[in-house]
Design a protein around this ligand. Structure first.
Ligand code: HEC
Length: 199
């Protein structure tokens, strides 16, 4: 009996020791993750953002080769998934947003909305929009980069009714009943790329 008790005690101590070790290891992991996440410089964030837009554009171009109405379906299925994946992979929040959004999940928060309106004012004044806005607080760094309608290709799905082929209009109506992202013209501000990274 006495022998059994000390065995149990021994096991208990071992278990406790294991738990303590696991907790220390976990805390260390968290610290390392945090250190990795806060190691971004503004330049790195900006080039990540541009890489994101380029890859999104690549997905779109590949899809367009199969026809614009198929591209709508591909965009609808892929854009959100690609966005989430990219963000998770890099440990930062990256997304596209717009005042006149197509997907309600891309609605801007108040900061994003204010800056997109500002981009529109600058655009109307003829100022260059090849710029990135950096906002820093004690807890996070935010980057906002204007997205413009730079090629007629965008108008296939975001232009006026004359620009949008009927099959595309049907596909858009099916998937985005609340769509506001039409009637844009070449040179318009379409929205913004928005990045948020913890500091
Ligand atoms: C084949 C159709 C198609 C073309 C061409 C297209 N888009 Fe889109 N766009 C979409 C769809 C569909 C969505 C919604 C994606 C989602 O569900 O997140 C979208 C969403 C967006 C968004 C995110 C904000 C929102 O409104 O939800 C931006 C910004 C955008 N497009 C910009 C562009 C630009 C710039 C071009 C030209 C380079 C372009 N798009 C060309 C179909 C298209």
């Amino acid at each position: 009996m006495r022998h059994n008790n000390s065995l149990l005690l021994g096991l208990g101590v071992l278990l406790l020791f294991g738990i303590v070790l696991a907790v220390i290891w976990w805390q260390q992991m968290q610290k390392e993750l945090l250190a990795r996440r806060t190691a971004w410089s503004t330049q790195q964030l900006d080039s990540l953002g541009r890489a994101f837009l380029q890859q999104m554009q690549g997905l779109l171009s590949t899809a367009l080769e199969r026809g614009p109405e198929i591209a709508v379906a591909v965009c609808a299925d892929t854009a959100q998934r690609f966005t989430e994946l990219f963000a998770r992979q890099h440990g930062i929040l990256v997304r596209r947003t717009a005042l006149r959004w197509r997907n309600p999940r891309n609605q801007p928060d108040s900061t994003e909305a204010w800056w997109i309106a500002q981009f529109e004012r600058w655009n109307a004044e003829g100022r260059s929009l090849d710029t990135v806005i950096v906002l820093e607080s004690s807890t996070e760094e935010r980057l906002l980069r204007p997205i413009l309608i730079r090629t007629p290709q965008c108008l296939l799905c975001h232009g006026t009714p004359e620009n949008i082929p009927p099959e595309v209009a049907t596909a858009l109506a099916e998937r985005y009943p609340e769509d506001r992202a039409r009637n844009f013209r070449l040179g318009d501000v379409r929205g913004a790329l928005s990045i948020r990274a913890p500091r």
